[in-house]
Design a protein around this ligand. Structure first.
Ligand SMILES: *[C@@H]1O[C@H](CO)[C@@H](O)[C@H](O)[C@H]1NC(C)=O
Length: 239
């Protein structure tokens, strides 16, 4: 956890140092340009949010302050990329190779090392499992936090579209202090290790959550509006 935090803190520090240097170099006129630094202030806020999300995530998944080095490595990979394009799976190992997400878990090895038909095919979302999460709203007419619970009622694998597992879920979410329960559907994509839950509720908000491939009892993602805009950051953990 603290590697991610340190990176965020360093970014904050660099932003602050940059602003101070800018103001020094340009004198009073320099302050005018600080107004255009609003984006940096936003960045600081996001960095703070990130830290809080990490803390909550660790609490939810019961790992305390100790996070495995594999999870740290996965987080660094997410920051730096894994060498593959969007919608591609990194086979990993000694000879990195990218294959399409659609080729993952289709019963045909595409990676030279077979990684696309290996552990990645274990679905973290199992029938009957229950997931709790905290959403940090920053948009879609909401700010602040809310609680979300997702219960997996049924999981099924389509034979003709094997790169995904479909699921029927019950979503319980907090709305104006009240809990609202709704049934909807979703899927898990093996290659991206991503869960997507179809939009529910009057506001039509969907959930997208990514697993790091190491700790499969927790995912991080966002709540999205119909137009695909991010409404909230969310972290979920298996109960
Ligand atoms: C949602 O699905 C569950 C499990 O299939 C079912 O027991 C429940 O009655 C459903 N609720 C609603 C509101 O449809």
């Amino acid at each position: 956890m603290w590697l991610g935090d340190t990176i965020d803190q360093m970014r904050c520090l660099l932003v602050i140092l940059g602003l101070v240097a800018l103001a020094r170099a340009q004198g009073p006129a320099g302050w005018a340009s600080l107004i255009s630094a609003r984006a940096d202030a936003n960045e600081l806020r996001l960095a703070g949010l990130r830290t809080r999300i990490d803390a909550i995530a660790d609490k939810l998944s019961g790992v305390g302050s100790g996070v495995s080095t594999d999870s740290l490595a996965a987080r660094v990979r997410r920051l730096t990329g894994n060498g593959c394009r969007d919608k591609e799976f990194q086979c990993g190992g000694d000879a990195p190779q990218c294959v399409s997400n659609l080729a993952v878990c289709d019963n045909t090895p595409d990676c030279r090392n077979g990684a696309d038909e290996g552990a990645v095919c274990n679905v973290p979302i199992t029938q009957g499992s229950s997931w709790v999460g905290v959403a940090y709203w920053s948009s879609c007419n909401s700010v602040g936090t809310s609680n979300v619970r997702v219960i997996i009622n049924r999981v099924s694998r389509s034979s003709f579209f094997s790169a995904f597992t479909q699921m029927d879920v019950t979503v319980i979410h907090e709305q104006n202090g009240q809990y609202v329960m709704e049934n909807t559907t979703g899927w898990y994509g093996y290659g991206a290790r991503r869960v997507f839950v179809q939009p529910t509720g009057g506001r039509h908000i969907g959930l997208s959550c990514d697993f790091d491939g190491v700790n499969m009892r927790r995912c991080e993602g966002r709540l999205v509006s119909d137009s695909g805009a991010t409404c909230a950051d969310i972290v979920m953990a298996r109960r």
